[in-house]
Design a binder for this molecule. Structure first.
Ligand SMILES: *[C@@H]1O[C@H](CO)[C@@H](O)[C@H](O)[C@H]1NC(C)=O
Length: 311
């Protein structure tokens, strides 16, 4: 490899969605609506749990932060993808591409950690109800949120320090809607086999292990509830099923993308849309539509707001 030839690639081309312009317009409208709904839904949840007096439980504190991560995760990729639908030359600069990967894995790693914390929260709430408030103190909760940021940061840095210095000198076409590690690494003009394996372990295997652990812990919680009483079961089941749906929607695409990333597989773009556009919009829906307390708190806040503007 001639060192003088290195890093001649200054930008990447994102192929995005191909198809007739009618289809591109359709995607543009659909994704814009979904993205708008994601922002509004998640902001509404954050406002409600911050200002409502009835949602003082630790679960809502964590839920507010989950909404924040969801909003950030979707903002890293969706606006760029939406505007790309209307442009002829879908390019992204080298640094834009690196930034996209950095933030995606920062918020992704943080959200992954927070989902585990939320499972722990449910475990304490259901299996140790009398000590719930003492165990889940405000200090511990803030510590957990801080931990999520730290783990997200370590997770993304560990992969980015190895990616940022890769030489790119020939191919610069990415057949996806945003920059993501497996696809970008493949374009480097040196041997990247070890790095590819590292990314599979750091993103793919890690998601897989977390997913299995979460499913096991939710099962343990359900079994514990069932042994205790049959009336408690239906209530726990409705909260826990919301959590299990969210966890599956988040980890499912991650596992598919990172655990089988290096053989091109045509469903990749759809999965990419799923976990950056669809999943972040579903969390607010799942938590609010199924949660009566949340709906009451929102209505109450809204009526307080209306009456305070009238007087
Ligand atoms: C998220 O966590 C931070 C830091 O612990 C906390 O101050 C904040 O209130 C939480 N956000 C929401 C919306 O609950």
């Amino acid at each position: 490899m001639d060192p003088q030839n290195e890093s001649v690639v200054g930008e990447f081309i994102l192929l995005g969605f191909s198809g007739p312009w009618e289809l591109q317009i359709f995607f543009f409208v659909t994704f814009s609506l979904i993205y708008g709904a994601t922002l509004m839904g998640n902001i509404l949840i954050m406002i409600t749990v911050t200002f409502s007096h009835t949602l003082r439980s630790p679960m809502y504190f964590l839920l507010g932060n989950l909404s924040f991560f969801d909003m950030c995760l979707s903002t890293v990729t969706t606006p760029k993808m939406i505007t790309d639908l209307l442009t002829e030359h879908k390019t992204i600069s080298l640094w834009g591409c690196m930034a996209q990967m950095f933030f995606m894995h920062l918020f992704g790693g943080a959200e992954m950690t927070l989902l585990i914390v939320m499972a722990f929260d449910r475990y304490v709430a259901i299996c140790k109800p009398l000590r719930y408030r003492t165990i889940m103190s405000h200090r511990l909760l803030s510590g957990f949120v801080m931990l999520s940021w730290i783990i997200g940061f370590i997770h993304t840095m560990s992969q980015m320090v190895l990616t940022i210095n890769l030489p790119f000198c020939g191919h610069n076409v990415i057949d996806s809607i945003f920059c993501d590690l497996p696809l970008v690494i493949k374009l480097a003009c040196i041997e990247t086999y070890t790095l590819e394996l590292f990314v599979i372990a750091d993103s793919g295997l890690l998601s897989f292990i977390c997913f299995i652990l979460l499913l096991v812990s939710y099962t343990v919680i359900l079994i514990t509830v069932q042994q205790r009483s049959s009336t408690g079961l239906s209530k726990a089941l409705s909260t826990l099923s919301a959590h299990i749906i969210v966890v599956t929607l988040f980890f499912g695409p991650c596992i598919f993308i990172y655990a089988w990333p290096f053989n091109s597989f045509s469903g990749n773009k759809i999965l990419a849309v799923f976990y950056t556009v669809i999943t972040p919009s579903l969390n607010p829906l799942i938590y609010t539509l199924r949660n009566q307390k949340m709906q009451e708190a929102m209505t109450k806040l809204w009526s307080q707001h209306v009456s305070s503007t009238e007087t």
